[in-house]
Write a protein that binds this ligand. Structure first.
Ligand code: UDX
Length: 452
């Protein structure tokens, strides 16, 4: 049957934002929509691995071809917006005058200016929020003046439907006294025009963030939770061939990781990764190497190529019996492997959702952005992990790292966390399975599009 209802989705070109939107695109295609997934040139050729889910992929220019090597964050965001403001309308217009004009453009919420571009051409726009609803609510309150910034150390913040948050639990951009103005602006601007949108799509599930989702609904926000946006093979298994997100912006060492894990016993390995962006100082890397070594557990550690020079000399040789260091891995396959008993994570929202959905307890070591808030919920609300305490220099020491790993892998509390993780895994699966909360929301979204 011809797919008649056409939808465009426009992703921001970083790993943690492409993954969930691409996954959501596959879901929409599986519900019978004609889907065009759009992203920009800075992702290079990394989309080659896309599986065959009837998704059309379009890459438009973001000017990265001409970007200078030492481009500042501000300059890169400005250059991106300038180029996309020209290339995106052209693409929308091309599709608009085709046999199947798109009915809607879903765009990453960190680019609120896309709504105007879409509406000028005559199609509606819908923001897609990559981060948790709690973090979205905090950013909303900050943008609407309900949080006094900069937040002082020692302060705690009370917001509707959210447990009281200490200084260390808040998104870092609100607390860092203007260290990353461009990122702060991006986080807050998501709420500059969101009330004009007819839907707010969020990569989470109702059961996980029930209170804040209810609060948003009580404010008449048109929130629809559609997550976890994770390949079907790990959840409901309803989409054929859906084994991975389909895009790695770094080259994964698949065979090395999976073969190594196959030789290890159940729940014996600590998987360690800090995502696609975070960078650790040399002192922190040193403590981490010692903490991992002293825990005496097997460890699989993702150290991106740009970070590898910070590893102490001889570390790899000295630990080759216990550890494997790779520059990128197939994270979902790794988390789903029975040998992995614990995930030491920076608490990026995708990593957090993936660990929850695959039943893996965590050692939380947030670095920046939304990660401290995710860590707070991992420990105190979902009760699936411990958080590493930093010393007075802001460093996670080797002793603390060793202690936290042992607590999750061997301790009594670790057993409780494992039980809770398995419960969240079931709830995540139920949410996307037929008739589940996220599935119903996606069905409703699709039905409205088809009727419109
Ligand atoms: C960024 C932000 O830092 C994060 O806080 C925000 O919530 C989303 O955007 P990132 O830091 O890369 O993302 O972390 P995360 O959200 O965890 O996303 C990383 C993605 O890369 C995950 O989907 C993970 O499965 C994947 N990954 C990571 C791999 O496939 N292989 C790896 O080796 C490491």
């Amino acid at each position: 049957m011809e797919r008649e209802t056409h939808i465009l989705l426009f992703a921001y070109p970083v790993q943690g934002h492409i993954n969930p939107m691409l996954q959501f695109s596959k879901r929409l295609a599986s519900k019978g929509l004609r889907v065009t997934f759009v992203t920009t040139t800075s992702i290079g050729n990394s989309m080659q691995a896309l599986p065959s889910h009837s998704i059309n992929v379009e890459i438009i220019s973001d000017g990265s071809e001409e970007a200078e090597d030492a481009e500042s964050i501000d300059a890169s965001l400005e250059r991106y917006k300038l180029h996309v403001s020209q290339s995106l309308p052209k693409l929308i217009e091309k599709h608009y005058s085709s046999r199947y004009p798109p009915k809607i453009l879903v765009y990453d919420s960190i680019m609120p200016w896309v709504l105007e571009i879409a509406r000028k051409i005559g199609i509606d726009g819908v923001p897609f929020f990559t981060q948790s609803c709690v973090v979205n609510a905090i950013n909303y309150h900050a943008n609407h003046g309900a949080i006094q910034m900069p937040i002082e150390e020692g302060a705690s913040i009370s917001l509707p439907s959210i447990p009281s948050l200490g200084f260390d639990d808040l998104p870092s951009f609100l607390c860092d006294k203007g260290l990353y103005p461009a990122w702060l602006k991006l986080a807050l601007n998501q709420f500059s025009n969101f009330q004009e949108a007819n839907w707010l799509l969020c990569n989470t599930f109702n059961e996980l963030e029930n209170e804040v989702v209810n609060w948003m609904t009580s404010q008449q926000w048109p929130v629809k939770t559609i997550g976890p946006a994770i390949p079907s093979i790990y959840l409901d298994k309803r989409l054929e061939d859906d084994k991975g997100y389909g895009v790695h912006l770094f080259k994964p060492d698949v065979d090395a990781c999976m073969k190594w894990l196959d030789t290890k016993e159940t729940d014996s390995v600590v998987y360690t990764s800090f995502g696609s962006l975070a960078s650790l100082g040399e002192g922190q890397m040193d403590e981490l190497t010692r903490g991992l070594k002293n825990s005496n557990c097997y460890f699989l550690w993702v150290v991106r190529e740009t970070e590898q020079k910070k590893l102490p000399p001889n570390f790899l040789q000295e630990t080759s019996e216990k550890g494997l260091v790779v520059s990128w891995c197939p994270q979902l396959e790794v988390l789903a492997h029975k040998a992995v008993g614990c995930f030491m994570t920076h608490c990026g929202w995708n990593s957090t959702l993936e660990a929850l959905s695959l039943g893996v307890p965590m050692v939380a070591m947030p670095i920046w952005s939304d990660q401290p808030t995710n860590a707070k919920f991992i420990v105190d609300v979902w009760k699936v992990g411990v958080r590493i305490k930093l010393d007075e220099r802001g460093i996670a020491t080797k002793e603390e790292i060793e202690l936290c790993i042992k607590e999750v892998i061997e301790g009594e509390r670790g057993k409780e966390m494992k039980k809770n993780s398995v419960r969240w895994k079931e709830l995540a699966k139920e949410a996307v399975d037929e008739g589940g909360s996220s599935d119903k929301n996606i069905e409703e979204f699709v039905a409205k599009l088809v009727q419109s």
